[in-house]
Design a protein around this ligand. Structure first.
Ligand code: SF4
Ligand code: SF4
Length: 56
Protein backbone atom coordinates (compact mmCIF):
# COMPACT_ATOMS: atom_id res chain seq x y z
CA UNK A 1 0.00 0.00 0.00
CA UNK A 2 1.16 3.50 -0.78
CA UNK A 3 -0.27 6.95 -0.72
CA UNK A 4 -0.74 8.53 -4.12
CA UNK A 5 -1.78 11.97 -5.35
CA UNK A 6 -4.83 11.79 -7.56
CA UNK A 7 -6.08 14.04 -10.34
CA UNK A 8 -7.98 16.24 -7.88
CA UNK A 9 -4.81 17.94 -6.68
CA UNK A 10 -5.07 21.73 -6.91
CA UNK A 11 -1.42 22.38 -6.09
CA UNK A 12 -1.80 24.05 -2.71
CA UNK A 13 1.27 22.19 -1.40
CA UNK A 14 -0.12 21.82 2.12
CA UNK A 15 0.89 18.17 1.95
CA UNK A 16 4.48 19.03 1.06
CA UNK A 17 4.82 21.04 4.26
CA UNK A 18 2.99 18.41 6.33
CA UNK A 19 5.00 15.35 5.34
CA UNK A 20 7.39 14.42 8.19
CA UNK A 21 9.90 12.73 5.91
CA UNK A 22 9.89 15.17 2.98
CA UNK A 23 8.56 12.55 0.60
CA UNK A 24 6.37 14.97 -1.38
CA UNK A 25 7.57 17.45 -3.97
CA UNK A 26 6.07 19.99 -6.30
CA UNK A 27 6.04 18.36 -9.72
CA UNK A 28 5.04 21.25 -11.91
CA UNK A 29 2.07 22.53 -9.96
CA UNK A 30 0.86 19.23 -8.59
CA UNK A 31 2.17 17.24 -5.66
CA UNK A 32 4.09 14.02 -6.22
CA UNK A 33 4.88 11.41 -3.57
CA UNK A 34 8.18 9.56 -3.66
CA UNK A 35 7.17 6.04 -2.69
CA UNK A 36 10.71 5.16 -1.71
CA UNK A 37 10.62 7.81 1.03
CA UNK A 38 6.97 7.59 2.11
CA UNK A 39 6.40 5.86 5.44
CA UNK A 40 2.62 5.64 4.94
CA UNK A 41 1.73 7.81 7.93
CA UNK A 42 -1.35 9.29 6.25
CA UNK A 43 -0.66 12.84 7.38
CA UNK A 44 -0.77 14.20 3.83
CA UNK A 45 -4.14 12.62 3.09
CA UNK A 46 -5.60 14.11 6.27
CA UNK A 47 -4.14 17.52 5.41
CA UNK A 48 -5.33 17.76 1.82
CA UNK A 49 -8.25 20.24 1.52
CA UNK A 50 -9.69 18.50 -1.53
CA UNK A 51 -9.07 14.88 -0.48
CA UNK A 52 -6.85 14.30 -3.49
CA UNK A 53 -4.50 11.88 -1.74
CA UNK A 54 -5.62 8.32 -1.49
CA UNK A 55 -4.19 5.09 -0.22
CA UNK A 56 -4.05 2.78 -3.15
S1 SF4 B 1 -2.60 19.02 -0.15
FE1 SF4 B 1 -3.86 18.05 -1.77
S2 SF4 B 1 -4.37 19.71 -3.23
FE2 SF4 B 1 -2.69 20.41 -1.92
S3 SF4 B 1 -0.83 19.92 -3.13
FE3 SF4 B 1 -1.21 18.20 -1.70
S4 SF4 B 1 -2.43 16.74 -2.90
FE4 SF4 B 1 -2.51 18.69 -3.97
S1 SF4 C 1 1.79 9.23 3.93
FE1 SF4 C 1 3.11 10.38 5.39
S2 SF4 C 1 5.21 9.89 4.74
FE2 SF4 C 1 3.87 9.36 3.03
S3 SF4 C 1 3.86 11.14 1.72
FE3 SF4 C 1 2.07 11.30 3.11
S4 SF4 C 1 2.78 12.53 4.86
FE4 SF4 C 1 4.60 11.80 3.73
Amino acid sequence: MAFVVGSGCVGCMSCVAACPVEAIEDAGGVAKIDESKCVNCGTCAAQCPVSAIEEG
